[in-house]
Design a protein around this ligand. Structure first.
Ligand code: NAI
Length: 522
């Protein structure tokens, strides 16, 4: 079975005059109805709770009025979109719909029962969409006489603001239905990606390591939450760090998604939930909405500051030597130059062991997934200091380092002084393999590569989903290409060796591309 393509389908979208039905008018259903009405469709809303559909319509109309106040819609557009919304008090009110999207309770039997009723009610060519985030579209469709007409139409919360829609094909979904829904989502201003119905689809699966690696580093005492969050934002370019993001999503929700993906993959250790998060759930510390999560949101509570190394003396002239023309070394050179700090290039004056820089007695290398101590023991360079990944070494305001156990304090201080002189805030992590950002990006890319390898989506779809669905600064597969697949393979291999766990096994797709000397995007 080939991977679904992200390219725009040849089939046209549903015409804007086509009636759209929405069942379940909570947060998601109301958001989807808003999007469809704004795109020009007459939209009929039904909720089993009496009065809920009418309340949702009032809420959406208030949203349209706000958009008009802000100038995002003209008053006439807002009025027309509002007039296209109609609550109905029974499913029968959806009878003329060309598409019905379901956003009811996340329960297989409830969804199957609803679609059976809809199938009896709607025209034979009407399309059915489910907004489920964790139930198999194949399983929902199994209850239908014509499962080909059902596909997942997975919006992200809040639907009017989040760009992505995953168009999810179950085993029996008619490709023409998936393509029509794809084109329709695009016409609604929501860039779609095709996905096959597998646990977590694309985003909820590929994003797991963003939380899982941070939780693991925290659990092993690698760094505290505030430091890891700051590194992911400032060095990684992510909008939110993993801990503040979990606090925002809610640990009950985030933990449930992790558990659901983990169980659905028969307890694959890639997805093993974290005991730390389980404990937060048990304590009722669900995050912002409960006033407590990893951080304290109660009145008067102060957000802890990230740990940074104390200011070191500015390196003396002649003390800094840079090696190799890697992006990292070139960015360091530019940053030092811009701040009037002298350095020399050291080509040929030391072993070609991949070192980036030397400051005093300290030698700086980019992490390859070995711990600093392991690397120092293998290389004989006792004063080994490791640098973490940055999205953009030229601009990042913060960077993480780790040091070998035998590293002499003045040597570490000199390397820290170099990085501070180059304008970085420097956070020292415990000597764990792959530091923080490198191991996270390697694992995100590994998961995305496995999704591609298993035909869930294609390479472009995986990256688009992560950028549009959860605002990643770069698609994980494009990021892996940028770092170099051999380097990603080394990081994963060293993580697997260090922990001896299947969790870090390399995706066959990455392995194959390394053997072939190819990139993922080609
Ligand atoms: P919600 O609890 O806010 O709203 C669900 C609504 O469906 C309620 O108004 C309820 O009265 C109604 N309902 C329940 N069973 C019904 C039935 N049999 N017939 C008609 N109406 C029924 O839930 P929310 O958050 O809007 O989620 C809805 C769906 O969207 C779920 O499948 C969920 O997994 C999915 N989803 C949720 C996201 C989120 O972040 N909340 C994101 C993406 C998908």
């Amino acid at each position: 079975m080939g991977a679904p393509q992200t390219s725009r389908a040849a089939l046209p979208p549903l015409p804007a005059t086509a009636r759209v039905g929405v069942v379940g008018t909570g947060a998601m259903g109301a958001g989807i109805a808003q999007v469809a009405a704004q795109a020009g469709h007459p939209v009929f809303l039904y909720d089993q709770q009496p009065g809920a559909a009418a309340r949702a319509v009032d809420g959406i109309r208030a949203q349209f009025a706000r958009l008009a106040d802000k100038g995002r819609l003209s008053p006439a557009q807002a009025e027309a979109a509002s007039a296209r919304l109609a609550p109905v008090d029974s499913l029968a009110g959806l009878a003329g719909a060309a598409l019905v999207v379901e956003a009811i309770v996340e329960n297989l039997e409830a969804k199957q029962a609803l679609f059976r009723q809809l199938e009896a009610l709607l025209a034979p060519d009407a399309l059915l969409g489910t907004n489920t985030s964790s139930i198999s579209v194949t399983a929902i469709g199994a209850a239908l006489q014509h499962p080909g007409r059902l596909a997942g139409l997975h919006f992200f919360n809040p639907a009017p603001l989040m760009a992505l829609v995953e168009v999810v094909s179950g085993l029996a979904t008619d490709p023409a239905v998936a393509h029509t829904l794809f084109a329709t989502a695009a016409a609604w201003g929501k860039p779609p990606v095709h996905a096959r119905s597998t646990p977590g689809f694309i985003v909820n699966r590929v994003a797991r390591p963003y939380y899982a690696e941070a939780l693991r580093i925290l659990q092993e005492g690698g760094a505290d939450c505030a430091t890891l969050d700051a590194l992911m934002r400032d060095a990684g370019g992510f909008r939110m760090g993993p801990f503040e993001l979990m606090d925002l999503i809610g640990h009950d929700v985030n933990f449930a998604v992790t558990r659901s993906v983990w169980s659905a993959f028969y307890h694959d250790p890639r997805f093993t939930p974290s005991l730390i998060q389980q404990e937060l759930v048990e304590a009722g510390f669900h995050g912002r909405k409960r006033g407590r999560g990893f951080y304290d949101y109660r009145d008067g509570a102060q957000r802890p500051a990230p740990a940074v190394m104390a200011d070191q003396p500015r390196p003396q002239p002649g003390c800094i030597v840079l090696w190799d023309a890697s992006d990292v070394a070139l960015a360091l050179a530019d940053r030092l130059h811009a701040r009037g700090v002298a350095y020399t290039w050291g080509e040929g004056t030391a072993p070609a062991d991949g070192r980036i820089a030397q400051a005093g007695e300290g030698v700086l290398y980019l992490t390859d997934g070995r711990t600093a101590t392991q690397r120092a023991t293998q290389s004989g360079v006792a004063n080994t200091v490791l640098l973490d990944l940055a999205l953009d070494y030229a601009q990042a305001p913060r960077i993480a380092i780790s040091a070998a156990q035998g590293c002499w304090a003045p040597a570490l201080g000199a390397v820290c002084g170099l990085l501070q002189a180059a304008g970085f805030e420097v956070s020292r992590l415990a000597d764990l393999p792959g530091l923080a950002l490198m191991r996270t990006v390697a694992m995100l890319a590994n998961e995305a590569a496995d999704a591609v390898n298993q035909g869930v989506c294609d390479v472009a779809g995986a990256d688009a989903a992560m950028c549009l669905g959860v605002n990643y600064p770069l698609g994980p597969l494009a990021w892996a290409d940028r770092i170099g697949l051999a380097a990603i393979g080394a990081v994963l291999g060293h993580l697997a060796g260090f922990y001896g766990e299947d969790r870090y096994r390399i995706s066959p797709l990455i392995q194959q591309r390394i053997y072939a000397g190819k990139r993922l995007h080609e």
